[in-house]
Ligand binder design. Sequence first.
Ligand code: HEM
Length: 446
Amino acid sequence: MGARQAATKAIIASATAVLRTADRYITGSSTGASPEELQQNPYAAFAKMRERGRVLRSYMNRGWYVLGFEEAQTAFREPRLSSDLSTNPFLVRTLRAIANGARVPTLDDPTLITMDPPDHTRLRKLAARGFIQRHIQALEPKIQHLVDECLGRIDGDSVDIVEALAKPLPAIVIAEMLGLPAQDRDQFQAWSNELLNLTQLGNPAAMERAVDANVQLLEYLATVVEEKRRSPGQDLISQFILAEEEGDKLSAAEIYSTCSLLLIAGHETTTRLISNGLHALLTHPDQFDKLREDPSLIPNAIEEMLRYDPPVQWMPRTITEDFEFFGKQFRKNQLVIVAIAAANRDPAIYDDPDTFDVARSEPKHVAFGHGIHLCLGMTLARLEAKVAFETLLARYPQMSLVDQKPAWQVNNFVRGLESLPIHLNGGAPAQLQVVPSQTEPAGALG
Ligand code: HEM
């Protein structure tokens, strides 16, 4: 190994160690929980931290955890807490070391999610045109068709529902919305799967693959955008090209980065909503029974899934100037972790916050954030989850877990199961009656 390579490896190793420690302390913070316990149940550690302070100094003294519901909503609305992490020297150094010379999407390709006003306001207005509620709702027949197709490929009684449904569904839906040619879908899904590794803090090899996939994806999108400029369709990319607000337009780079953001923000999160939500249901048989008896509760159950086990556990912000926040002195350049997972179980807001209750009345939560960065894709995510759960419950009313303790990913930023093997028919001999739809319903955008 050359000296340069060795030095690079050492930098990556030390950056990884820093991130691992940071990662551990985000939920562990001297609560005494082992990494395995944290993976299984980060909520107990968050609760202990919240008891010590609803806005708590981080272990490494580099910043703060915001752990209460009201405090989290306030933080998400606070303009002195910036989403542009490229202004935070500690984070920039660490991310650069990990990327090892490659582009770091969060730093080099700014997107809505990493922008502050006024750039954010401008881009969000333009991008939001592709997410008009009625366009999304009109996608339901298409999504139903895709769910049927995914389940139709299952052969036998037991299946890993993450691989069979939760992973492919959101990737294909986004590909459809963007209007990508059908022959490119497999490649697109492969890139999309690699991009899931962008959140694998502490696994540099996986993050490197994600960075490579991002580069290839951006190159690919550039050719698609050129094609759509020549002959626009009804899809999202064509809408982005045509989107105009008071004489303003999205630049080519903004179109590419918005498309790749939709994948990064919309794929893994929806995958985790479906699989974490199903896990919650199958580990609470009384709640599963309730839902089976009354499927009209499904939309409410999805809100409870988002509250109880949110895919995005926390979002970072960086402090742009000194100010007081709920009695604490925030200092410029400190990092703030807004702990969605803790806020969603704040006992000041919820009765029995640790109870999973599909009939909970109006389970509000901050799983989609709050304020100016409120998730742009939440209607789509809710719709995909609704169709997935309606179909799973109707087809497999006896489904059950194969393994009572499936493995959770190490990553605690986007929380999810590595896999979720289930018996479709409760472990009984296979009686699959899967009839894939014969006709392709027209999508609203395609
Ligand atoms: C269950 C699924 C999802 C969850 C839990 C989720 C969560 C979030 C959260 C917490 C934020 C706020 C980030 C912040 O405040 O910094 C966000 C923003 C965003 N999400 Fe989602 N998301 C989901 C699905 C989707 C989907 C399906 C799409 C699009 C296809 C999407 C696109 C976006 C975009 C573009 C933003 C940035 C909005 C902005 O910065 O103005 N998300 N999401």
